[in-house]
Ligand binder design. Structure first.
Ligand code: ADP
Ligand code: MG
Length: 627
């Protein structure tokens, strides 16, 4: 028997709401992961063998596309059809790649990898990885996915972020947000909540991320629940793989091995990696390389100390990058240090990073999983399973956004560090009588003059009805969405005419560029202010001069010859003063010239009133006023 749920009269039927499914995805250079937060627990989805990580490698043949460990198995037999490290090429054009001689790119302008299944772009490769991750989650949850949060390096620019979004689209995933990897790690450790609980001041967090092929260090500031990336640094060609290479080279020289072909070299690297990883849990390991190179000694010993000595240089390079990053961030206290990435399992890393910052690094969460976990927590909130205690993570605009106004000055519309998403509007008017177009020049930066800011876009609003200067009402609206994409629109309010532009590429800046622009704005603050005052004074003078000239054309007959000559003389004197560099002088000259126009202005006013009343009897006028 089917049961019907019947509500009591007057009582509302119980609403059973499905908890939505949001996933967090760490789309890594070497390994990728997918995680889910179900309100109480973070789960990293595993494959049938219980492995949480999915190697970011795809094997393409005309028959099949294989992702992850299965693709790695083809490494020896068919390396040409294997694509690894696609993340390094996301959002990049061929000309951006300095040295990729070791990579088999397909012919053509578009950057793509050559495989026997055809050319594969980095976006397609990433999409295949995302599909495999999605399949894992769907199999485990047996539910549809409502949305995902994908992490990206903090230094990723707009093109790289767009490419990541596109890959997700190809994989049929709805991107709720792209989240910076270091921010995700901080969220996984609950630092966002910790700060709001304590209601403390700002907190600075260093995130040290040593993965397979890359090293990233970021300094974040957490202020009222908002994470701001203060600085990023690192080395895109330094990772766990380099430790493997160093160790392999050490074996070659120590045991005088001859590694003839590339397959032997690869097997030696794989052995080195295994040895490296077992030294994480053991002080000393037995090295047996006879499988790889028959003439190698059977049971040599390698201590962790020896391993550390072989890699001391790599470790020091990461520390140098940390020091530089702290300098760039301009902070003197680091409250928290977080270790991210499989390579931070090496005991030497914990040791030296702790010593550098004189603080115990956080490493209680699995360094492979921490980024995906933070992303999952955000996904759960963004998908709509939001409870009161959850804080929505927000980003901020790194630099002010504004438009160019008269005289090359910047009118700021969205100040720097405004939390996004945000919409701000401002009214402008026309400068000249009969002006029918408005040139909207969108700029980014903290300086007073357009020439010292970054130009983002230009567009024109046409079709403004001709009116006297200052009568038109032009509303310029800036909208920055949650991903930092800027859309600017302009509308003439009486007619509703609109124009708009979406600023996508190059809106995102590298953090060091942001830092440079900020530094310049402080450095030139007083100089900029003086320049602004001068430009404003000159603009006022010029408007008066042009206004008087236009009025003389129309109503010149209201003045006697001598009155007119005097007025023209005053204006040409003002024009001369306006050329000087003294803002105060220009301003006072403009004021006194303004007073000299008063008689003329009064007569013009009288005339226009007469004209308006023309033909109307006084009676009619009275009636008009009564109504
Ligand atoms: P990515 O962020 O580049 O995708 P991961 O964070 O997954 O990379 O890190 C992969 C690296 O971590 C590899 O170089 C691997 O050898 C290293 N790694 C994993 N486990 C250990 C371990 N137990 N000890 C040392 N290194 C490890
Ligand atoms: Mg990583």
């Amino acid at each position: 028997m089917a049961l019907l749920q019947i509500a009591e009269p007057g009582a509302s039927a119980p609403v059973i709401r499905r908890r939505k499914v949001g996933l967090g995805i760490d789309l890594g250079t070497t390994n990728s992961l997918v995680s889910h937060y179900n309100g109480g627990q973070l789960t990293v989805f595993t494959d049938a063998q219980g492995r949480g990580t999915l190697p970011s490698v795809v094997h393409y043949t005309p028959e099949d596309t294989v992702v992850g460990f299965a693709a790695l198995e083809h490494m020896d037999a068919d390396q040409a059809d294997n694509v690894a490290s696609a993340k390094r090429f996301m959002g990049r054009a061929r000309i951006d790649i300095d040295d990729a001689s070791h990579i088999d790119f397909a012919e053509g302008d578009v950057l793509a990898f050559a495989t026997s299944a055809g050319a594969k772009t980095p976006v397609e490769v990433s999409a295949d990885i995302l599909r495999a991750l999605k399949a894992r989650a769907v199999a485990a949850l047996d539910e549809d996915i409502d949305g995902v949060v994908i992490t990206v390096p903090a230094y990723f620019d707009d093109a790289q972020r767009q490419a990541t979004r596109q890959a997700a689209e190809f994989a049929g995933l709805k991107v709720l947000r792209l989240l910076n990897e270091p921010t995700a790690a901080a969220v996984a450790y609950g630092l966002d909540n910790a700060a709001s609980d304590l209601d403390t001041d700002d907190r600075t967090i260093a995130v040290y991320d040593l993965g397979g092929g890359t090293f990233d260090v970021s300094i974040l500031r957490l202020h009222k629940g908002v994470f701001e990336v203060l600085a990023t640094g690192g080395d895109s060609a330094l990772g766990g793989d380099d430790f493997d290479k160093n160790l392999a080279d050490y074996f070659v020289s120590q045991y005088q091995l001859s590694v003839s072909d590339s397959s032997a070299r690869r097997r030696l690297l794989t052995a080195a990696r295994r040895i490296k990883e077992s030294l994480t849990d053991n002080e000393c390991v037995l090295v047996n390389l006879t499988d790889v190179i028959p003439e190698a000694p059977a049971n040599a010993e390698l201590t962790r100390q020896q391993f550390n000595a072989v890699n001391a240089d790599l470790v020091n390079r990461t520390l140098d990058a940390c020091r530089q990053c702290v300098l760039d961030a301009g902070v003197d206290v680091i409250d928290d240090i977080i270790l991210v990435g499989g390579s931070t399992r090496m005991p030497i890393i914990k040791e030296v990073v702790g010593a550098l910052f004189a603080n115990e690094p956080r490493c209680s969460l699995d360094p492979d999983q921490v980024v995906a976990m933070g992303a999952a927590r955000q996904a759960d909130i963004l998908v709509g399973n939001r409870s009161d205690e959850d804080v929505l993570l927000l980003d901020v605009t790194p630099l002010s956004l504004g438009v160019e106004t008269f005289g090359g000055l910047v009118e700021r519309i969205v100040p720097r560090n405004t939390t996004i998403p945000v919409t701000r509007a401002q009214e402008f008017t026309t400068a000249r009588d009969g002006q029918t177009g408005l040139d909207v020049h969108v700029v980014q930066g903290e300086r007073e003059q357009v020439q010292n800011c970054r130009s983002l876009a230009r567009f024109e609003l046409r079709g403004i009805p001709p009116m006297v200067a200052g009568a038109a009402r032009l509303r310029v609206t800036f909208q920055v969405d949650a991903d930092g994409l800027l859309e600017v629109s302009a509308q003439e309010e009486t007619t509703g005419t609109t124009a708009h532009v979406v600023v996508k590429p190059a809106f995102g800046l590298q953090d060091d560029q942001v830092a440079d622009m900020l530094r310049a704005s402080y450095e030139f603050a007083s100089e900029d202010m003086r320049a602004r005052q001068l430009v404003e004074a000159r603009t006022d003078a010029q408007q008066l001069i042009e206004g008087v000239a236009a009025a003389l054309d129309v109503d010149g007959d209201l003045l006697s010859d001598s009155e007119r000559a005097l007025l023209e003389q005053v204006m040409s004197e003002l024009e001369a003063v306006a050329k000087s560099d003294n803002a105060d002088e220009i301003r006072s000259a403009t004021e006194s010239a303004g007073r000299a126009t008063e008689v003329f202005a009064t007569r013009r006013m009288d005339r226009s009133i007469q004209a308006a009343l023309g033909g109307m009897s006084l009676d009619a006028l009275d009636k008009e006023f009564e109504e």
